[in-house]
Design a protein. Structure first.
Length: 310
């Protein structure tokens, strides 16, 4: 009896101290003092919380269960999660990156917050190939998905924009109320200037060397290095524009793509670049030149001609 009484007193003391035996992460204060306990929760606990509706419906993912109108997140899908203090204070957020939806390559990232009144908040965004626990991804030049980019203690979210390839990094911050992710790319030009562009420029220089060794037949059918070079040049111009380092960079690159005497000559790339800046007239001109090149290559190699450009 005495042992049971001592155990009961000890459990009560632990509960009062906040060192709980909670089986539901929603019942724990999401604070720095509880970080060890928060980090002990599993993917199953995270999926249970997401499906509980305490912070709103889970993001669209997978298939609806029969007879249900709300998506459910499986334990397997909730494996990529972490705890971090996005605002640099004592309050921690739960960040979950769900796998891509089908073959599209984009999946939802959700940030859950719990305020001092124990109310939950949810911010959601789609991103390309998000992985919270990988320092680098193929084609990335910026490192981890969540970083403190300017040393102020607050965390930024760096996600790929674009679809497929090329893609470029865009910076977001979590709003104070935890319900929105606000783009703030132009606030971090040094991140792009000192971290992103140097590695990208090294890659472009390497691709130029490889492309110079490839056979040039004057047609659209370039081999791997030449194709990648055009994509990375577009990527670089896009980064210069969105970061505010050079607002006219895409226009300049489009002109280089469309100049036959320029080493970057690529009418297909020019069409994409002109489209990006909304210059539909020049985009159409570039598209027609690229079409002529494709048609010439097909005829030269015994393939049926392409249909005329409408």
């Amino acid at each position: 009896m005495r042992r049971l009484l001592i155990l009961a007193i000890a459990l009560t003391a632990l509960s009062i101290a906040g060192i709980g035996f909670c089986t539901d992460l929603a019942d724990v204060a999401w604070t720095k003092s509880n970080l060890e306990q928060l980090q002990s929760f599993t993917a199953a606990d995270v999926a249970k919380f997401m499906n509980s509706g305490k912070a709103g419906d889970p993001p669209w993912y997978g298939q609806l269960p029969d007879g249900d109108d709300v998506y459910r997140v499986s334990d397997l899908a909730a494996q990529d999660f972490l705890w971090t203090n996005m605002h640099g204070d004592d309050q921690y957020q739960l960040v979950v990156a769900l796998p891509p939806r089908g073959s599209a390559g984009q999946g939802p990232l959700v940030i859950y917050s719990k305020d001092a009144s124990a109310k939950f908040h949810q911010a959601e965004i789609d991103g390309e190939a998000i992985a919270l626990h990988k320092e680098r991804h193929w084609g990335d030049y910026w490192g981890s998905t969540i970083q403190d980019l300017n040393g102020d203690g607050k965390k930024e979210l760096i996600l790929r924009a674009g679809f497929g390839y090329p893609t470029w990094p865009v910076v977001y911050r979590l709003s104070d109320d935890g319900e929105n992710l606000i783009e703030c790319t132009k606030a971090f030009p040094k991140f792009y200037q000192n971290t992103v562009l140097p590695e990208l420029d090294d890659h472009i220089a390497s691709l130029r060397e490889e492309a110079a060794k490839e056979p040039k037949n004057g047609t659209y059918l370039e081999t791997t290095a030449t194709q990648l070079l055009g994509q990375e040049l577009f990527n670089r111009a896009k980064i210069l524009v969105i970061s505010g380092l050079d607002p006219d960079a895409m226009k300049k690159q489009a002109q280089k793509f469309m100049t036959a005497s320029d080493p970057d000559y690529d009418p297909g790339g020019a069409a994409r670049a002109y489209n990006d800046i909304g210059d539909k007239e020049n985009a159409e001109k570039a598209r027609r030149v690229a079409h002529q090149q494709r048609d010439a290559w097909r005829k030269a190699h015994g393939f049926p001609p392409l249909k005329p450009v409408p």
